[in-house]
Design a protein around this ligand. Structure first.
Ligand code: AP5
Length: 216
């Protein structure tokens, strides 16, 4: 099964992708995580991506598509994956469709998580991430048991550079899923819109329900 998770910055794509991956054993492919890994390792790709990420802008399509196609060519993505943060526009969606067609597959589900802007600002401003395992927390909505420490692995929690208020405003302006992208999946008959302004467990249940599964 191949799934795309769509939604504005802070909608809960990463949080829900971790939960769905746990429930389905599907491979979680996050282009944001891949870029951040490259930034951390100071690769050429990371240096290029950082100049866009720091401004709250999308990394150019040719860079992003190449990285994504290389990732899904690996054996662990042969039979299924959940794409988080990709595609962001119809050019990226067309590249993904082509890659799927070349392996006689298709995107089975496009799950759009919708959340109003004022809630997105609060979510991004309060987000904390484990430096070690990547588990996501929110200081108000989903706090760790101990400040600054990951419940899952004891790692140190940090806040992303692009969660600064000025960058968040640019991301919300430039990075919401465009109508043409949503129409792309609606026209393909695979789009389900989920209300992301619900408790975490309710969003997970709704997403799993859209996949024809129930929460354990
Ligand atoms: P990326 O990492 O993909 O960032 P994003 O799309 O802005 O999404 P976020 O990771 O900020 O939010 P999310 O929806 O995953 O929310 P989360 O689960 O963390 O991309 C980063 C950058 O890389 C981009 O700016 C761009 O430059 C580049 N990039 C990536 N992909 C690209 C592409 N395809 N093309 C070009 N450039 C690309 O949740 C947020 C917070 O809310 C957390 O604290 C969480 O605990 C909390 N929360 C979540 N759900 C709920 C809920 N239901 N109730 C209460 N709190 C909740």
């Amino acid at each position: 099964m191949f799934i795309v998770l769509l939604g504005p910055p802070g909608a809960g794509k990463g949080t829900q992708a971790q939960r769905i991956a746990d429930a389905t054993r599907l491979l979680h492919v996050s282009t944001g995580d891949m870029f951040r890994e490259n930034v951390k390792n100071e690769t050429e790709l990371g240096k290029t991506a950082k100049t866009f990420m720091d401004k709250g802008e999308l990394v150019p399509d040719e860079v992003t598509i190449k990285m994504l196609l290389e990732r899904i060519a690996r054996p662990d993505a042969a039979t299924g994956a959940m794409f988080d943060g990709f595609p962001r526009n119809v050019v990226q969606a067309a590249a993904l469709d082509k890659a799927m067609a070349s392996r006689n597959a298709r995107i089975d589900h496009a799950l759009l998580i919708s959340v109003p802007d004022e809630e997105l600002v609060a979510r991004l401003g309060g987000r904390w991430i484990c430096r070690n395992c990547g588990r996501l927390f929110h200081e108000r909505n989903d706090p760790p048991k101990q400040d600054g420490v990951c419940d899952a692995c004891g790692g140190e929690l940090y806040q992303r550079d692009d969660d600064r208020p000025d960058v968040v405003m640019t991301r919300l302006e430039k990075q919401k899923p465009p109508a043409a992208l949503i129409d792309h999946y609606r026209n393909a008959g695979v789009l389900t819109e989920i209300n992301g302004e619900q408790p975490l467990d309710s969003v997970t249940s709704a997403l799993l329900g859209a996949l024809g599964m129930s929460q354990a």
